[in-house]
Each structure stands twice: as C-alpha cells, then as structure tokens.
Write a protein that binds this ligand. Structure first.
Ligand code: GLN
Length: 487
C-alpha cells in the first residue's frame, strides 16, 4: 500500500483502527524520500531517526488504548526557518549553515505536544526571499508535477515534499505569498492565516509585520486539522492575537448558500495566463450554481501594493538581518578588525537576492529617503487595507487567482528579479492588509496545477474553510497525485 499518498485524516483513521502502525507509515514516507528525493530536493535536513522514534511512541500509545491527536504519528515537514531544538536551522542560507537552535519555535512545541512526526527541514528561498526556491543557498527544488519547473517559493521545499509524497503535510511561512503560491504551483491547499493568529516565536524573521506561519496540505480537511493545532495566542509573541481558537473542522461544511463573493477586477491585470483566468471564472460560476452570490468589486489601490511591499519587506529585512554578522550565529570569515570581519562574513555567506534586499531596505530607511520611500509605502499599505475593509462591508469572501501563471521553468526568471516579483501580485495585498487567505487547486493548464485564492476578513478562517471545502467536495482537482516517475 502506498501510504504516502493518503491524506492525514485518512491515515489517522487507519492508525486508530490499527489497520496500519505509525512506524509503518513513517517508513513508507522515508522509503518514498529515498526513491524521489534525488530528483525533487525538498529537504535540507532529514530527521529520520527522530521520526521513527516518535512514530514508535505513537504506536505505544495506541496499543495502550490512549486517545491520540489527529496529527499524531502523521509525517510532516517544516520549512527550515522554524527553530528546532537540536536540529540545524539554516533558512537555506550559507551564513546559518551548522546553526543549531537551543529552543523550539512555538509551532514546533505544539506539534510535539500532538505527537506529530517530522521527517525534516524543507528547502526554501534564502531567508524566505523569493518565489521559486531558486534563491536557496544550497540547491533548487523541483516541482513534482514537472521536474524542470520550480515548485514556487519561498516555501518550495514544504510544498514539493507534500506533492511528492515525501511528507503528508507541512508548514510554510508567508510574507508575501510564500505558502499560497507554492501550494498553487504544486496542486495543494495552502493557507496564510490572519496576521497574529499563529505565533511567530521561533520563526526566523524576514519582514516581521508581514510574516505568518501556515499549513500546506493535500486537502481542506487536513488544513483544518493542522490549523487546530498551530493557531492560538502566545505570550512569547507580542503580535499574537489574544482570541479563542474555534474547532476549524466544524467549518468543513459543504454549503455556500447565500455566501457573497467579490471578484476584484484589478486582479485580472495584463500578464495573466488566459487559462488561469478561465479556470477562476469557471470556479466562480460553479460556486454560484451551488448557491453563492457574486459581484464585481473594485479595489483601486491594488496596483500600488507590489511596490509598497518591495519597500516595506526589504526595510524590515535590512533591520532583521543585521544580526547575521559573524558574531552570534553561524559562519564567520576572520578579518583584520571587527568591521572587516562583518564585511567579509556577509559578503561571503549571503546570497545575491538577500544582499539586494538589504541594500534596498537600508536605502529606503536612510535619513534622506525615509519619508519619500518607507513612509510613503506605509501610507499605501493603509490604503490597501482600506480597500479590503470596504470590500468586506459588502462581501464575505474575495476570490482571485493565486498567481498569474502556473509554475515556470527553473532558470526562466532567475536573472530578472522584477519578473519574479510579479508572481506575487495577487498574494501580496493580503499580507499588507493582515487578512487570511487560502489557495486551493482549481484546474490544470498544460498539465500544471492552477491555484484559486479565497480571501476573508481578519479571523474569518472558518469562512475560508467552508468555501474551500465546498469547492473541493464538488470537484476532483485535489485527488490527482503528481505524476512523479521513480527511476
Ligand atoms: N516572493 C515574495 C518575496 O520574495 C514573498 C516571499 C514570502 O512570502 N516569504 O518577498
């Protein structure tokens, strides 16, 4: 039985009914890693022994008749920017090569409390800067649907692992689209929860006012189960929202009657693949046939969101990344004095895109330009947020494509940062506004998956789950498995 092909909730049933053991399941996923990892390159670090030991603990609990959590014994992957006690955490950067955190991120603690099995730390764009995982300081990851294409990014390893059967579920982080866009490119469900819904404690910061951790899964039910575990207030994160966490599985309801959908015309800008646009329109028609109402809306500041993001995110990054100077973390190149050591270390171990962002951010924050660039971008951010506030006065959800195209070829955009940045045009406004959004599979173009983005009000993840679940239950897009040949 190819256990690695099932969803987490199906496997949970098999575990509690003792049809399979957690060790057997973990071994099936590890065997799959052995078979396909040489082609996919999803993992920077594998934690095989820990995974099998954890699976054994779950088996012991089951044989003793103890109740287990829905994710107990189910193998997953973590993006390599979440701190794991005793396990190398690199952010796919050479500067953090060999860095072993002395503590766990809050999400990791929560996963441990739920006895989940972790197969390893997934590849990503260096410090989560990028949209293809080609900016990894180690190696690029391939898309399991077509190995010559990118899996998206920056959580490309997390998405590729799930699509290839090298993990059943994973966690990514999303600053401008890095969960949703790779989920879309790999035919998966990826949610960026409301800013502050999931603790950022122990998530290596890229742009602190935008970063958010979320699940990448094979279906909406698994998404709800992972959310149940990772959401919630954390006193260790001052931006964490102090609000109760509902049981998201209660929103797995196949019903959108009366749901008001807004379709913002600004998101269907030039550069969009007509097949993507067709798939989105078809999805809307279907939701309407299931009882939803739809209307066109206008979000006039959308066109400025991308530029504002590429001021704000690099500005925050330039400050956050100042700590990687060869003193406290990771690698160092010795110099003639301390300044020379800083320069040599940062020059040797940070990648081109990271350096570009640090320079851009430092410039935008410098005394002479702060008001013209950074402050202006913050004002635009407020206008973008107001567009969402106004839209949600009239609609329950906003639907857009997740990305303007399907996955592109490795190397196709790596020498053109602007073309790469444009892949995030539909996802970035959501981070600027702090609202939640999910990407779900809604079709194929040229054999590659297309993603549909559903956006809701702050803390309305339940509405996202209900809408996404209804769409999923009336289609089969989530059932296809990437046609990855084992050589
Ligand atoms: N691609 C965007 C960027 O490069 C978003 C990255 C992210 O969400 N981490 O900044």
């Amino acid at each position: 039985m190819e256990l690695f092909k099932y969803t987490a909730h199906q496997l949970h049933e098999k575990l509690v009914s003792k049809e399979i053991s957690a060790v057997e399941l973990t071994q099936s996923v590890l065997d799959r890693v052995d078979a396909v990892e040489k082609d996919v390159h999803a993992y920077i670090t594998q934690t095989r022994e820990g995974a099998l030991a954890q699976a054994q603990i779950v088996d012991d609990k089951i044989s003793q008749g103890q109740a287990i959590s829905t994710l107990a014994g189910i193998p997953g992957a973590l993006k390599d920017n979440m701190c794991t006690n005793g396990v190398t955490t690199t952010c796919a950067s050479q500067i953090l090569k060999g860095f072993v955190p002395p503590y766990n991120a809050t999400v990791v603690e929560k996963l441990i409390e739920n006895d989940t099995v972790v197969i390893g730390k997934a590849n990503m764009d260096e410090f989560a800067m990028g949209g293809s995982t080609e900016n990894s300081g180690f190696f690029p990851t391939s898309n399991p649907w077509d190995l010559e294409k990118v899996p998206g990014g920056s959580s490309g390893g997390s998405a590729a692992a799930v699509a290839a059967g090298e993990a059943i579920w994973s966690l990514g982080s999303d600053t401008g689209g890095s969960i949703r866009q790779p989920a879309a490119y790999c035919g998966l469900v990826g949610m960026k929860p409301t800013y502050g819904r999931v603790s950022r404690y122990g998530l290596v910061a890229y742009a602190s006012s935008l970063d958010q951790i979320g699940p990448i899964t094979r279906d909406v039910t698994d998404c709800a189960h992972v959310l149940n575990i990772i959401c919630g207030h954390d006193a260790k994160d001052s931006t964490s929202i102090n609000a109760g966490v509902p049981d998201y599985t209660k929103s797995l309801v196949n019903n959108v009657k009366g749901l008001k959908i807004g379709l913002p015309r600004e998101y269907f800008a030039s550069g969009m693949d007509p097949e993507v646009e067709r798939a989105i329109n078809k999805a809307i028609e279907q939701l309407v046939s299931l009882g939803a109402e739809y209307k066109e809306i206008s979000m006039p500041h959308t066109e400025y969101a991308l530029s504002a993001y590429y001021m704000i995110a690099p500005a925050e990054a330039s400050s956050n990344l100042a700590r990687y100077d060869g003193v406290s973390f990771g690698q160092r190149v010795e110099g003639t004095d301390i300044v020379d050591m800083y320069k040599k270390t940062r020059s040797a171990f940070l990648g081109a895109e990271v350096k570009r962002r640090i320079m851009l951010g430092t410039y935008a924050l410098s005394a002479g330009y702060h008001d013209a660039y950074y402050l202006k971008a913050l004002k635009v951010r407020t206008l973008v947020k107001q567009d969402f506030d106004k839209a949600f006065d009239n609609v329950d959800v906003i639907i857009t494509p997740t990305a303007p195209t399907t996955a592109f070829k490795i190397g196709e955009k790596s020498n053109n940062p602007l073309a790469m940045y444009l892949q995030d045009v539909c996802t970035i406004p959501v981070n600027l506004a702090g609202v939640p959004a999910v990407s779900i599979p809604c079709g194929f173009a040229g054999g590659m998956p297309i993603g549909l983005q559903i956006i809701a009000k702050p803390l309305a993840e339940e509405t996202l789950i209900r809408t996404a679940y209804t769409f999923e239950q009336n289609n089969n897009y989530h059932k296809g498995f990437a046609p990855l040949e084992v050589k």
